[in-house]
Ligand binder design. Structure first.
Ligand SMILES: Cc1cc2nc3c(=O)[nH]c(=O)nc-3n(C[C@H](O)[C@H](O)[C@H](O)COP(=O)(O)OP(=O)(O)OC[C@H]3O[C@@H](n4cnc5c(N)ncnc54)[C@H](O)[C@@H]3O)c2cc1C
Length: 415
């Protein structure tokens, strides 16, 4: 009988395993992928994290943990160079290497294993796990489950199947550069990074690059000091306590804090555009106010768009399309049989300790680190907040305070 089984090993559940490591809790985590890998298709050279290295898997809960980013640096002999580097934001590649380093040290992590079913036995859960390579199935019993299945790419149904989601970009880059024209749809950080990467790559002289955005301006990520306090335990707790209608209204207000482009990426794009020779600049097209309705394909792709203010229809022919059109929560089908209480179409009702409300009363619990936007607000996917989330989950599972949670940790009072 385990105390906790985690479904999925992304950064959220990896952090949970790292924090559970020194506690007496008996834990197991499963992931269907072969080994830990964080968004391999977006490991673009020079792409940076948007959250400080201090929000690694453990530091905000326990700076003395052996799994801190600083301890990782020490293990690869880079601590002094990092000290002289003097930056809070590290590259995405280095963060991924750190996560991999942690993942190789925790014995409760199991890869190449897919969770295919969960049954409620009345006083615990039976978790059915299948080995991806052999199909061998094993059942484990646990009192608590943490659903950490993350998110999956979202592409509108009206886009042709040959459209590439940005999560495939690195794997597809070589073939993209062989096209005469590539179009990017979307106006967030991922779209901007891909635009910048193609802009600065060695490309054929006649290569055309098009960037299509629905909005009028490319919003900058909110990085103002007080503004960032919405990514704090105080704000998340306040948000979770609000009535449903207020939360539904509130989530729409945070587009800039969640989907904006980092000022550094925008600056780099502008500088490269400014330095382009005139002939080259003619082949780079940034098009705002265009809502893409449909993408079809014969030999080439045809992008059908509507101008959001002039209301006329336009088309663009192109050799390849990268859709940076976001993500939706990845929810395995078996969760539908767990009597989960919903408060929106797909949104689970989740309390302040990340416990999912169920329509049946039970002393064994389900927790969520995914599908939290409506219950916990703009910090739902934020890596910095994942540490305090994991503290609360572990304290709740243990029934005592394994990790003290910092109170009143912001200057802003939200309630
Ligand atoms: C390119 C990119 C950069 C980002 N950068 C930042 C950043 O700088 N700062 C920040 O705060 N946030 C960032 N984010 C947002 C967020 O941190 C990530 O989305 C993060 O990966 C979420 O972690 P997760 O553990 O919830 O899920 P995921 O990383 O999606 O992991 C979920 C795991 O569950 C597994 N799984 C799913 N179903 C099953 C099953 N049935 N059985 C077994 N395994 C299963 C999957 O294989 C997967 O490995 C970024 C997101 C992207 C896309």
């Amino acid at each position: 009988m385990y105390d906790l089984i985690g479904v999925g090993i992304g950064p959220m559940n990896l952090g949970l395993s790292a924090l559970a490591h020194p506690t007496p809790l008996r834990t197991l985590f499963f992931d269907e992928s072969e080994q830990f890998s964080w968004h391999p298709g977006m490991m673009i050279k020079d792409s940076m994290m948007q959250t400080s290295f201090i929000s690694d898997l453990v530091t905000l809960a326990d700076p003395t943990s052996p799994f801190t980013y600083l301890n990782y640096l020490r293990s690869i002999n880079r601590l002094h160079t990092f000290y002289f580097y003097e930056k809070l934001l590290i590259s995405r590649q280095e963060y991924n290497a750190y996560l991999k380093w942690v993942s190789t040290q925790l014995e409760d992590l199991h890869f190449s294993t897919r969770v295919i079913d969960i049954q409620d036995t009345g006083d615990s859960y039976e978790v059915l796990v299948e080995e991806v390579a052999t199909g061998k199935r094993t059942t484990y019993e646990t009192r608590n489950i943490v659903l950490g299945t993350g998110s999956k790419p979202s592409i509108p149904a009206s886009f042709d199947d040959g459209v590439i989601h940005n999560t495939q970009y690195v794997m597809e880059k070589e073939s993209l550069l062989k096209q005469e024209k590539v179009s990017i749809v979307g106006s967030g950080q991922s779209a901007a990074e891909i635009f910048l990467d193609l802009l600065t790559s060695d490309r054929p002289e006649t290569f055309e690059l098009e960037w299509i955005s629905r909005s009028t301006i490319f919003e900058t990520l909110e990085t103002g000091k007080l503004g960032e306090e919405i990514f704090s335990p105080s704000y998340v707790q306040y948000f979770n306590s609000l009535p449903l209608e207020t939360r539904q209204d509130a989530v729409t207000k945070f587009a800039r804090s969640q989907n904006g482009i980092s000022p550094e990426t925008l600056q780099a794009i502008y500088e490269h555009l400014y330095d382009l020779p005139q002939d080259d600049a003619k082949r780079i097209n940034i098009r705002a106010n265009l809502e893409v309705n449909q993408i079809t394909r014969e030999q080439d792709f045809t992008i059908s768009m509507r101008h959001t203010e002039l209301h006329d229809e336009r088309t663009s022919k192109t050799g390849a399309v990268v859709a940076a059109t976001g993500f939706v929560p990845s929810l395995p089908r078996f969760v539908n049989r767990l009597d989960i209480e919903f408060e929106g179409e797909q949104a689970w009702k989740v309390d302040a300790n990340y416990r999912i409300h169920r329509t049946v009363k039970a002393n064994h619990h389900l927790y969520a680190t995914t599908n939290l936007e409506l219950s916990h607000g703009p910090a739902a996917d934020n890596l910095g907040m994942s540490v305090s989330r994991n503290q609360l989950i572990l304290n709740d599972v243990a029934g005592k305070e394994l990790y003290p949670v910092e109170q009143h940790a912001t200057f802003t009072t939200f309630n």
